[in-house]
Design a protein. Sequence first.
Length: 208
Amino acid sequence: MDMVHKLLQKAYRWRQHTPEALRPAGNSWSPLPPTGNYPEFTSYPAAAVQLYVQKLEDKAKEEKLKQVAIAEAAQHQALAAMRREWQAELSNLQEDVAARRRLLALQVQSKAEDEAIAQLHFAAQQKMSALDHEVAQQATLTKMRDEAQARAAELEARQRAKLKEWETEDEARRLKAQEGAGTYPAAATGLSQLCQPTFSHQRSSGYG
C-alpha cells in the first residue's frame, strides 16, 4: 500500500506540472476488461492531433508538387530537344533553299524556283505548326498543375474541418467528464490517469 500511495503521489505531481495542451482530454475512467485487452485510446491532446494532421497535409502537398515538378521537367526537356531538332532541320531547309535559289538563278528557271521555295516554305510552316502544338500541350500541363494545387487546397480545407470537428468532440467529452467526475474516487482516477497510454495509438476515426 505504501508503494501504491507513493505511485499515486508521483502521478499527481506529474499531472500538475504537465501543460494543459499536453494533457489528454478528461473522461470517465473504467477498469480493463477481464480479457486483458487494452481499450483503444481516443483522447489525444488537440495540439498533438493538430501537429500530426499538419504533417500529413504537408507530406501530401509535397508529394503532389514533386510529381507535378517531375512531369513538368520531363516535358520541358522533351520540348527543348524537339526545338533543337526542328531548328537544325530548319537550318538545313534554309541552306537547301539558298542552294536551290542559286541553282535556279543559274538555270534561269524562275517558275521552278518559286515552286521549290513555296514547297520548302510549306514544310517549314508544318514544322512550326508542330511546335505550336507542343506549346499547347505545355499549356495543358500547366493547367493540370494548377488543378492539382487546387485539389490539394481543397484537401487541406477538408482536413482542417475534420480537425475542428475532433476538437469539438474532445471538448464535449471533457465537459461530460467534468460533470461525472465526482462519482469516482480520487485515488482510482489518479492511478488510471497514470496507466492510460498517451501518444502510442492512432486516432480511431482516421484522417481525411
